[in-house]
Design a protein around this ligand. Sequence first.
Ligand SMILES: [Zn+2]
Ligand SMILES: [Zn+2]
Length: 434
Amino acid sequence: MSEVLDTWLGRTIDCACGQKHEVPIRRIVIERDALGQVAGYVKEAGYREVTLVADEKTYQAAGVKLRGLLEDAQVKVSISVIRENAMGEVAADEEAIVQLLLDTPLSSEVLIAVGAGTLHDIVRFVGHRTKRPFFSVPTAPSVDGFASVGAPLIVRGFKTTIPASSPEAIFADLALLAEAPQAMIAAGLGDMLGKHTSLADWSLGRVLLDEHYCELSAQLTLEAVELCTAHLDEIAQRTDLGMLKLMEGLLLSGLSMLLVGHSRPASGAEHHLSHYWEMVLLQQRRRALLHGAKVGVATVMMAQRYASLRDITAAEAATRLAQSQAPSREADAERIRGAYGAMAEQVIAENFPADGGVVDSEALKARIASRWGDVQAIARAVPAPEQLAAWLGDVQGPVAPEQLGVEPELVEASLRDALFVRNRFTVLRLLRLL
Ligand SMILES: [Zn+2]
Ligand SMILES: [Zn+2]
């Protein structure tokens, strides 16, 4: 059980933000031997037959044991061990999705994901499309997506996030998490530190474009990242407390996305940079990097941009805004065609939706000038880039693009063009008007 998370389970909240929020997750267990509680829950919920989904490694690490526990409890179990693709990776792509569809007997009632983020994405999607609930058994505290709804899939070589389902129950076994590779633990922290810049980006949208904002979701997201930074030594040493706090942080962040029904609280410009790098690596058929490792590095870069805003006075900002030339829609479309290749039309549609959504840049510039005090307050709330880098360093996570093998040309291209990944206001969109 987790005090931080349990209060939210199964709840419907009439929120001050004007929305009704629902949390469909029914149980979250984060403790040593959480694996031992899966069978009990399966029986209690009245399921008789499940499909356990893992990859080669996670099947050995946890799948074999869980299968035994379920079978001992007279639950019928079928197994799907997702195979690597031609790149030697387990990816959430067509091959994996079809494999899971073929491996799942029609009589199976539940899918159980035993693995990290990618494996969950495959299961979350197939579970949703075959109307089966899914349970989450994370084998590494590497990403905040376990509790959320979106399934980022690679379809015909391009990544698209498809709305799917959140898990019915989550069983995070601390002993199992502590055995995860160091890089995955560091990636989990990287994904969490990104909340500092994603929350700032959301606040910019609220202040400058009157975007819908949920205090509750934002507050929980901040609480989530602070749970992690308050226990860095414990996380670095993989103690039970460290793994508990990191996992609580990741799940709480997922839950805040679940509340508002989108990833705005947890994903801003730092994620857009990460997605851009991922897209280029995919096109060049290079090996994928851990999501949270990219996000951590990109967070330091975005924090540098927030830091640069702090020294600009209101008078300077007004002058710069008056002199700046906002790019036209045509110029942006041209840039997108240059940067996004075969994906360009999709990206243009994202940036210029038919139902409006186009911002009048002159009005926006006037708004920025008049709300400069708010912009600076938002920038001041973002931790210094040096602080973020130090936190990442504490868990041996990468802090600079070269440590990831992301070359300077790609960094430069992403700083210019990653803002088009999503039609969301971020510090990158602010800076090009300044
Ligand atoms: Zn993320
Ligand atoms: Zn709300």
